[in-house]
Design a protein around this ligand. Structure first.
Ligand code: HPA
Length: 275
């Protein structure tokens, strides 16, 4: 068990059931009265410190109706210069402290004009074009096998429940394939054209490392992209992090309400998770 897991369990005396990772520009997950405990990443030795604007750097435990939920306010990215392996640790901490389901969010560019800024996309699969993998190196056998399966990487059992809840609450949501590019630059128009040809629907600089590690340690995961822009070359404006943050915060209410509705109603799959 990681030392951050011990610190979390000793400080909170709670094993949360669900974990959430907030992507760029999403900042307000819990209502203040529902927060039980906040731990800064500076007090959690296994959490790399985020260096990017829009990523707060704290782990917050709270209540969503009758469920205990832990939320990572901010994440680190490979382009910040963190060792890819170091991105594995926070996810393994979430597993150590008892989470049975992980919900990852991110900001992403769209590869399809019909999925404009402000849309939500449930990720059905990914293409790892980052050139990195946080699992390269000696395998941590206590968390999972050397070679792990990724054929249901974005767990269909939970993804179907998410889509069902979106449908029930009239929240439009797309479904599609997320391509990870390392950044820190936005892609070139030629790279975007190539991603369209190989079957991508959205592009971003995160999520894939966390999803790989979660699947390795048998922590079921779903992921939702907030579309903040059409990808490079698809319209005349220049891409910027400012636009990402502004458009993510415009969609914040929609995505967070959807996640809270999902958390309230989700049924756990007792045949998977928690090995
Ligand atoms: N590309 C990569 N990452 C992103 C984008 C994009 O167009 N938009 C938000 N994050």
């Amino acid at each position: 068990m990681h030392s951050s897991s011990k610190i979390f369990l000793e400080t909170t005396n709670t094993q949360p059931e669900i974990a959430v990772i907030l992507g760029s520009g999403l900042t307000n997950f819990f209502e203040p009265q529902n927060i039980i405990k906040e731990l800064s990443y500076t007090d959690l030795p296994d959490f790399p410190q985020p260096t990017v604007k829009g990523h707060a750097g704290k782990l917050v435990l709270g209540n969503i109706v009758d469920k205990k939920v832990v939320c990572m306010y901010g994440r680190s990215h490979i382009y910040e210069g963190h060792e890819p392996n170091s991105l594995a640790k926070p996810i393994r901490v979430l597993k150590d402290i008892g989470c049975k389901l992980l919900i990852v969010t991110n900001a992403a560019g769209s590869l399809n004009e019909k999925m404009p800024a402000g849309s939500l996309m449930a990720i059905s699969d990914h293409i790892n074009w980052s050139g990195y993998n946080p699992l390269i190196g000696k395998n941590q056998d206590e968390y999972g096998p050397r070679f792990h399966d990724m054929s249901d990487g974005y767990h269909k059992f939970y993804r179907d429940q998410l889509l069902g809840i979106a449908n029930k609450t009239n929240q439009q949501i797309f479904e599609g394939i997320y391509c990870m590019y390392s950044g820190p630059n936005f892609e070139t128009p030629a790279e975007i054209n190539a991603l369209k040809v190989i079957g991508g629907n959205a592009v971003g600089m995160s999520t894939v490392p966390e999803v790989l590690v979660a699947n390795h340690c048998n922590l079921p995961v779903i992921a939702i992209s907030v579309i903040t822009n059409l990808a490079a070359g698809m319209n005349k404006t220049k891409l910027s992090h400012k636009e990402t943050l502004e458009n993510a915060s415009l969609a914040e209410n929609n995505i967070l309400q959807l996640i809270k509705n999902f958390i309230t109603e989700v049924t756990f799959d007792d045949s998977s998770g928690n090995n």
